[in-house]
Design a binder for this molecule. Structure first.
Ligand code: F0G
Length: 450
């Protein structure tokens, strides 16, 4: 029986290769051509619920750990391993907040804006959606130790799941490139933490070489099973909209795992007849790390049915190298200039009629303050969504009455330095600095009542 007759298998995204592999292999990139791999399913061999709302029945059986998980609740849609391997620490208990105050600030129709707060995950970011899936696969293939490169959240999440699975874990981070909340998690959860004198892209390069040489299990989003878990963010948005679709999904773009996963989620739901249209997507880069934006909008890079013009990418990266370019943004989570999922992201843009924009650090910090003031708060990278949405509304790309879901990828406490500096140093119009007061009751009362 060929691998593609299995319930699930892995397939190279390169149309000129299309090599297929068993899910029992931990390979992460096509050994034949070096391209990215997809998890693929033969859905006719899986008992997928007839309509999306059927997944909602699992709320009644939440004492089952897989039904409790906001990822595995949708397990038929990521059916690559047996239940006995599935690892869960209660990920995906997130909420979609309808935010009328920010809608008003953006001059949108008051009921149009929704914020998907992924900061509520166990390690405080969306990464747990992917990590629960990657570690389930790691258990299935009998991995003993794992590794990742990270701008912070991947390492925090990996460290947490690794200790839950009793695996040794090693993280590679760019020295000085990680927010303290995230670094503290990696250390506290017991990961071996290696700081490389370089940026994320250098770490990503090294970790792949190390994993190949030492046979470590790689949990970066190159790993196709990570992306399978991240698809569920879209399912939960649809669920919380009463099993209806948003018109737009807005997401920050870094290594481009999320955008890649979201497109795949919609493609599969459409294939299964569970949705009848595909929402549009807006991917927002930081100006200091705008590879995707530049390649798509200026260099006209497109998916082209999988035959992506590699020369455009090679020339672009050669130029970055020649200029000794290293990305810089206060949104350190997305400080990435060679995104590993670039091609899968192009596929999403193609499928979802997507747009890509970039926003400045100033716009990110102002948007973050607005999300804090009127919502549940978030880390800087997540705020790129509201900053990008503001610009897309001004451009009339997104209409004021369209239903928009912004994915707030990380918790407000991940990067306190950016927050404190913005407020204390009065960096923007929404700064709310603390007030110095003498240790004197009258003076304090005067301050409060004036
Ligand atoms: N938002 C946050 C909070 C992130 O941590 C990341 C990525 C992104 C957005 C970008 O997501 O890569 O799917 O486009 N953080 C990775 C890390 C790179 O190492 O923690 P993406």
């Amino acid at each position: 029986m060929s691998v593609s007759e299995n319930i699930a298998y892995q397939k190279c995204i390169n149309p000129d290769c299309q090599a297929e592999f068993d899910c029992g292999e931990a390979i992460f990139k096509c050994p034949k051509c070096g391209e990215l791999l997809d998890a693929r399913y033969n859905f006719d061999k899986i008992e997928v619920p007839k309509k999306l709302s059927d997944f909602g029945n699992r709320w009644a059986t939440r004492n089952n750990r897989l039904d409790f998980s906001g990822v595995w609740r949708f397990r038929e849609l990521l059916n690559f391993c047996d239940d006995k391997y599935k690892v869960s620490i209660g990920e995906g208990q997130t909420i979609l907040e309808q935010n009328t105050a920010i809608a008003k600030y953006l001059e949108m129709k008051s009921d149009s804006l929704f914020l998907q707060y992924e900061g509520l995950n166990p390690s405080g970011s969306f990464k747990d959606n992917g990590m629960t899936a990657a570690f389930s696969h790691a258990m299935m293939v009998g991995a003993k130790s794992c590794a990742c490169a990270s701008t912070g959240n991947t390492s925090a999440s990996m460290a947490l799941y690794a200790h839950a699975c009793e695996l040794k874990s090693t993280v590679f981070i760019g020295s000085g490139r990680i927010a303290f909340g995230k670094l503290s998690q990696a250390m506290d959860y017991g990961s071996q933490t290696i700081q490389i004198l370089g940026d994320f892209d250098d770490c990503m390069h090294q970790v792949q070489a190390v994993c190949n040489k030492l046979g470590l299990y790689l949990v970066n989003s190159l790993n196709p099973f990570r992306l399978e878990g991240q698809k569920t963010i879209m399912y939960r948005i649809i669920e919380q909209l009463g099993w209806e679709l948003p018109d737009w999904v807005v997401v920050p773009g870094g290594n481009l795992g999320n955008s890649s996963a979201f497109g795949k989620a919609f493609a599969e739901l459409k294939e299964l007849g569970l949705i009848d249209r595909i929402p549009r997507i807006a991917i927002i880069n930081a100006s200091g790390a705008d590879t995707l934006c530049d390649l798509v909008n200026n260099k006209k890079l497109v998916w082209n049915d999988g035959r992506v013009d590699q020369k455009i990418i090679d020339d672009y990266y050669a130029d970055l190298t020649a200029r000794n370019f290293s990305p810089h943004t206060c949104a350190s989570a997305i400080e990435i200039s060679r995104p590993v999922n670039l091609k899968k992201c192009l596929r999403t843009i193609d499928l979802c009629n997507g747009v890509v924009r970039k926003v400045s650090d100033e716009e990110i910090c102002d948007a973050k303050a607005i999300i804090g003031k009127y919502g549940l708060g978030c880390e800087p990278a997540s705020a790129a969504t509201i900053a990008g949405l503001k610009n897309l509304l001004a451009e009339n790309v997104i209409g004021k009455d369209e239903r928009v879901a912004c994915v707030l990828t990380g918790h407000v406490l991940k990067d306190p330095n950016v927050t404190v500096n913005y407020h204390k140093e009065e960096q923007g119009p929404f700064s709310n600095p603390p007030i110095e007061a003498p240790n004197d009751l009258d003076a304090i009362i005067k301050l409060i009542t004036q």
